[in-house]
Design a protein around this ligand. Structure first.
Ligand code: OGA
Ligand code: NI
Length: 309
């Protein structure tokens, strides 16, 4: 029997059945899909529409709003995952911080629709991600509002537009990955994918495709929840394989806390038999070290296991 990543209807998110299904999925896969999420289909369509238009622009136009080391928001086409180049282009939108961080918007006719589409979708994702995080807090035995506290005004969550151009088979049969295998560093990720396959999750050493579904969003837990849960939940490795004949678009929302947040295994997950497996981690430090590896080959990329006790 081929097992699939579970699809969970969260129309009644606080019901015991939903909570139990989420707990199982977090333990077994670190991934699940949600239907009944309540985000308007028109918002999803608008995000894909402006994303396609954005990436269809001439390269010069896109590079005018390229990210740099001071301000990571904007366009980029040479991201490295674990020091290997990914076959994709990206655009990141995150909040301004009153200092160096500020969104970079495309110019011309696109701007008028691009900014509102991204802002509206970002707001919906943030609300949904926090509801899911509250549900996971309940499952981990703490008050539902305990974990969401680090995600107030100063949170560093961001929305990414991913564009994976098709990659025709070459004679040697070599194919780059759209994104090489990795875990997401933050709390959790909500991913909107189009109708093209490519996303795969690793379970017990095997890779499983995550079926594109028009009615669902993909949820995966990140390193931060792995730490809070003291390894009850694992942030699963995932990757994107390239498609020989079709382009693929996806839109992850990464739920990240404020830079000042420190996290460690929750007291409810620690017992004498199961001591804390991580020391306290500051998001600013982990994020900065991990992000350095996105720009340049800095040797071995920092991983959460580095913080194991
Ligand atoms: C990511 C990621 C998956 C996808 O951007 O971190 O895992 O399907 N994306 O684009
Ligand atoms: Ni990812």
């Amino acid at each position: 029997m081929i097992e699939n990543v579970p699809v969970i209807d969260i129309a009644e998110l606080d019901s015991p059945a939903s909570l139990e299904a989420i707990d199982r999925a977090c333990r077994d896969w670190g991934f699940f899909q949600v239907t009944g999420h309540g985000i308007e289909p028109a918002l999803l369509r608008n995000v894909f529409d402006v994303s396609r238009e954005f990436f269809a622009q001439p390269a010069d136009e896109k590079r005018r709003i390229q990210r740099d080391a001071d301000n990571p928001w904007g366009y980029y086409d040479r991201e490295l995952t674990k020091n290997r180049q990914d076959w994709k282009e990206i655009y990141d939108f995150g909040p301004a911080d009153g200092d160096k961080l500020r969104p970079r918007w495309p110019g011309g006719h696109l701007r008028l629709r691009f900014e509102p589409a991204l802002r509206a979708y970002y707001a919906s994702c943030r609300a949904l991600a926090l509801r899911l995080l509250s549900a996971m807090a309940s499952n981990l035995g703490v008050s539902p509002d305990l974990l969401v506290r680090g995600f107030d005004e100063a949170h560093t969550s961001f929305l990414r537009l991913n564009y994976y151009p098709q990659y025709p088979f070459d004679a040697a049969g070599n194919r780059p990955f759209g994104v090489g295998e990795h875990t997401d560093a933050g709390a959790l990720t909500l991913l909107l994918q189009d109708d093209q396959p490519g996303l795969e999750v690793c379970r017990d050493g095997s890779w499983f495709p995550i079926e594109p579904r028009a009615d669902a969003l993909v949820v995966n837990i990140g390193d931060m929840i792995q730490v809070w849960s003291n390894d009850r939940y694992r942030a699963a490795l995932h990757r994107v394989v390239t498609n020989p004949s079709k382009d693929r678009y996806s839109v992850p929302f990464f739920l990240n806390p404020s830079y000042e947040t420190t996290y460690e295994p929750l007291s409810t997950t620690v017992t004498q038999a199961c001591p804390p497996r991580y020391r306290p981690i500051r998001w600013r430090e982990f994020r900065t070290l991990r992000a350095a590896g996105d720009y340049a080959d800095v040797g071995e990329e920092i991983q959460i296991t580095h913080y194991r006790t």
